[in-house]
Ligand binder design. Structure first.
Ligand code: CDP
Length: 223
C-alpha cells in the first residue's frame, strides 16, 4: 500500500526543503501545493486577470494548463509548456499570492486537484510527501502520517534572510520580518499555526539544522 505523508507549516519553517529531502530519502514523489497557488497567481498576472475579481480568478484556476513536477530532486512547475519554477518565486508573485490563497472560490478547486494529484503520485511512485498549509486538515486528513512543522518567528526570519542573501540582497532584514509577519497575518484566515489539529504531530525546527529537521520528520514517518 502507498505511503501518504502530509506536511503543513508556515513560511520559513523549512517545510519545502525538508519535505523534499524526506521524499527523496523515502523514495517517493513530492507535491508542493504552495507552488500551485503561486502558479495561478503568476498566470493571472501574465493574462491580465484582476486578482481582486474572485470569479475571474476562479475561472483562471479551472482553465490553467498546469503540470506539477513530482520528482523531489527536481522541482518543476510548467504552464502552457513553459517552465515557471523560478518565475513563481519572484517578489511580485510572493506579494500577490495571498489574494489567490484567500479566494474562497479558488481553494476548493485547487484542493480537489491536489487530492487527485496525491492519489496519482502515490499510485505511480509508491507514495507521496505533500506539503502546504491545509494538507493535514482539509486536503488529506486521512493521510497515513500528518505533520505540522513549526519554527519561531526569529528562526524563520534567520532562514529567510539567509535565503535572500543567496539570491539578491534587495531585501533588508526588517523588510523580511515585515513580510513574514504580514504573510502570517494574511494566512491566518486560512489556518492557525499555533496548534496542530487532532492526530497531527508537531515538529518544532527552531533549534534544528536542516539535516536534523529532515531526520525529525523521517522519525515521525517511521514511528
Ligand atoms: O513558504 P511560503 O510562504 O513562501 O510560500 P508557499 O508555501 O510557496 O505558499 C505560497 C502561498 O500559498 C502562501 O502564502 C499561502 O498563503 C498559500 N498556500 C495555501 O493557502 N494553501 C496551501 N496548501 C499552500 C500554500
Amino acid at each position: 500500500t502507498h505511503l501518504v505523508v502530509a506536511v503543513d507549516g508556515p513560511s520559513g519553517s523549512g517545510k519545502s526543503s525538508v519535505s523534499r529531502a524526506a521524499a527523496t530519502a523515502l523514495g517517493v514523489g513530492y507535491l508542493d501545493t504552495g507552488a500551485m497557488y503561486r502558479a495561478v497567481t503568476w498566470w493571472c498576472l501574465a493574462e491580465g486577470v484582476d486578482l481582486l475579481d474572485q470569479q475571474a480568478v476562479a475561472q483562471a484556476t479551472r482553465e490553467i494548463p498546469l503540470e506539477m513536477g513530482t520528482d523531489p530532486a527536481r522541482p518543476s512547475v510548467v504552464v502552457s509548456g513553459r517552465e515557471i519554477e523560478d518565475d513563481i518565486r519572484t517578489t511580485r508573485v510572493s506579494e500577490a499570492v495571498s489574494k489567490v490563497a484567500t479566494n474562497t472560490l479558488v481553494r476548493p478547486i485547487l484542493q480537489q486537484l491536489q487530492r487527485e494529484l496525491i492519489d496519482e503520485i502515490a499510485t505511480r511512485t509508491g507514495g507521496v510527501v505533500a506539503e502546504g498549509r491545509d494538507i493535514t486538515t482539509v486536503v488529506a486528513p486521512d493521510a497515513d502520517v500528518r505533520i505540522l512543522l513549526t519554527a519561531s518567528v526569529e528562526a524563520r526570519l534567520r532562514r529567510r534572510s539567509k535565503e535572500l542573501h543567496g539570491h539578491a540582497a534587495e531585501h533588508a532584514v526588517e523588510a523580511t520580518r515585515d513580510q513574514i509577519v504580514r504573510r502570517d497575518a494574511d494566512d491566518s484566515t486560512v489556518s492557525d499555526f499555533m496548534e496542530a489539529a487532532e492526530g497531527v504531530t508537531l515538529v518544532d525546527t527552531s533549534d534544528l539544522d536542516f539535516d536534523q529537521s529532515v531526520q525529525a520528520l523521517l522519525d515521525v514517518v517511521r514511528s
